[in-house]
Design a protein around this ligand. Structure first.
Ligand code: CAA
Length: 382
C-alpha cells in the first residue's frame, strides 16, 4: 500500500489550490450573497484542465486518474463549495457517462466542449415527484415513425440548468418496463422544446444555478441516444457512483475549510485568560474534527482507487459519500459553535460552510439512500 501521491496528482492539486486561493476564495462571499453564476472562474477552471480531469487528452481533458479528481475537487470546494458543485457535475455527471457509454462522435462533440470549459453540462434525472425513487419518473420520450423521439415532461433541481448548453437527460421510453424502460439522451439547451424555469433560491451553494427544465415536444435525433434504449437507469446509477466520489471530495473540502478556520481561531481567541484551544472541551472537538476529516479522505481515496482500477465501486462510493458528508456537516456545526457569535455572523465564512455542507447530505443520493445502498450490499437483502 502506498499513501503517497504521484507527481501528476500533486501537480493538479497545486493548480487547483492556487486558483482556489487566488481567484475563488476571495470572491466566495460575493457569489454567495448575490447568487451570481461564476462564469469567468468556471472558464478559468476549464482552461486549466479542471472541468475534465479524467477525460483523455484526445477529448480535451487533463487525462488524469480519479485520485487526481478527488484532490482537485477538495481544493476547489475549500475555496468555495458552489464552484465545486458546477465542477463536479461537469466532470462526474456529464463527461463520465458519455466517456463510458458514448459513441466517438458524441465524445468529440459533447465531452470536448465541457472538458475545455467552452460550455457547461448538466444532468437531468430528478423530477418534481421523483427524487430518491428515480424509476418513478414521468418524463416521456416517444419514438416516432421517422426514428426521432418526442420528449415531454419536467425535470427539477437541475444543477447548472439555467446556463447549461448540453444535458444528459433520462426519460421513459417504455413505462411498462420501469427501470428497464428508461433511456438516456444528449439534449441541446438551445433547441426548441426545452424551457428553463426560474432559478431556485437555495440555503447554500447559492452561486450554482439550479432550475426546473420543461420539455414540450422536444425532438431528439436517434444519434442523440446515449448508450442503448432501455439502458438509461443503469447509466444513471453508474454515473452517480462516480458522482458520489465527487460529492465526498466536495464535503471534505468544505469540512477542511471549516476546520482550518477553527484551528486558527482557537489559537488566537482568548477566554478566562487563555486561548480557547487550551480548554479540553475545545480540544476534544478539534480531535474529533481531525479524525472525521482523515477518515473521510481515506475512504474517498479508496473509492477513487477502486474506480481507477476499473472495478465496481458502488459500495465504496456510498461509504465515502455518507462518511464525508456527515463529517462535513458535523465539523461545520462544531465550527459555528466554537466561533459562537462570530460563527453566526456573515462577517466570517463559517456560517456559509454550515449552509453549504448541508447539500452534501442530500444531492446525488441522500444519506438515507447511501445507507440503503451499503446495507443492501452487506446483507444481500432488499
Ligand atoms: N450501477 C449499475 N447498475 C445499477 C446500480 C449501479 N450503481 N444500481 C442499480 N443498478 C441496476 C440494478 O442491478 C438493476 O438491474 P437489473 O434490472 O438488471 O436487475 C437496476 O439497476 C435497478 O436497480 P434496483 O432494483 O436496485 O433499483 P431501485 O429502484 O431499488 O433503486 C436506488 C435503487 C439505490 C434507490 C436508486 O434509485 C438511487 O440511487 N436513488 C437515488 C437517486 C439519486 O441519487 N438521485 C440524485 C439526483 S442527481 C443530482 O443530485 C445531481 C445534482 O444536481 C448535483
Amino acid at each position: 500500500m502506498d499513501f503517497g501521491y504521484s507527481e501528476e496528482q500533486l501537480m493538479i492539486q497545486d493548480v487547483a489550490r492556487r486558483i482556489a486561493r487566488e481567484k475563488i476564495a476571495p470572491a466566495a462571499e460575493h457569489f454567495d450573497r448575490t447568487g451570481e453564476f461564476p462564469l469567468e472562474n468556471i472558464q478559468l477552471l476549464g482552461e486549466n484542465g479542471l472541468m475534465g480531469i479524467e477525460v483523455p487528452t484526445e477529448y480535451g481533458g487533463a487525462g488524469m486518474d480519479p485520485i487526481a479528481y478527488v484532490l482537485a475537487m477538495i481544493e476547489i470546494a475549500a475555496g468555495d463549495a458552489a464552484h465545486s458543485t458546477i465542477m463536479s457535475v461537469n466532470n462526474s455527471l456529464f463527461c463520465n457517462g458519455i466517456l463510458t457509454h458514448g459513441t466517438e462522435e458524441q465524445k468529440q462533440k459533447y465531452v470536448r466542449a465541457i472538458a475545455e470549459g467552452a460550455e457547461i453540462g448538466a444532468f437531468a434525472l430528478t423530477e418534481p415527484q421523483s427524487g430518491s425513487d428515480a424509476t418513478a419518473m414521468k418524463c416521456r420520450a416517444t419514438r416516432q415513425a421517422d426514428g426521432t423521439y418526442l420528449i415531454n415532461g419536467k425535470k427539477s433541481w437541475i444543477t447548472s440548468g439555467p446556463v447549461a448548453k448540453y444535458f444528459v437527460l433520462f426519460a421513459m421510453t417504455d413505462p411498462d418496463k420501469a427501470a428497464r424502460g428508461i433511456t438516456a439522451f444528449l439534449v441541446d439547451g438551445d433547441r426548441a422544446g426545452l424551457h428553463r424555469g426560474k432559478t431556485e433560491p437555495k440555503l447554500g451553494i447559492r452561486a450554482s444555478a439550479t432550475c426546473e427544465i420543461e420539455f414540450a415536444d422536444y425532438v431528439a435525433q436517434p444519434e442523440e441516444v446515449l448508450g442503448e434504449e432501455g439502458h438509461g437507469f443503469k447509466i444513471a446509477m453508474g454515473v452517480l457512483d462516480a458522482g458520489r466520489i465527487g460529492i465526498a471530495s466536495q464535503a471534505i473540502g468544505i469540512g477542511r475549510a471549516a476546520y482550518d478556520a477553527t484551528l486558527a481561531y482557537v489559537r488566537e481567541r482568548k477566554a478566562f485568560g487563555q486561548p480557547i484551544g487550551a480548554f479540553q472541551m475545545t480540544q476534544a472537538k478539534i480531535a474529533d474534527m481531525k479524525c472525521k476529516l482523515d477518515a473521510a479522505l481515506l475512504l474517498t481515496l479508496r473509492a477513487a482507487w477502486k474506480k481507477g482500477r476499473g472495478e465496481r465501486f458502488t459500495t465504496e462510493a456510498a461509504v465515502a459519500k455518507l462518511t464525508a458528508s456527515e463529517a462535513a456537516m458535523w465539523i461545520a456545526h462544531q465550527a459555528v459553535q466554537i466561533h459562537a457569535g462570530m460563527g453566526y455572523s456573515k462577517e466570517m465564512p463559517i456560517e456559509r460552510y454550515f449552509r453549504d455542507a448541508k447539500i452534501t447530505e442530500i444531492y446525488e443520493g441522500t444519506s438515507e439512500i447511501q445507507r440503503l445502498v451499503i446495507a443492501r450490499h452487506e446483507t444481500g437483502l432488499r
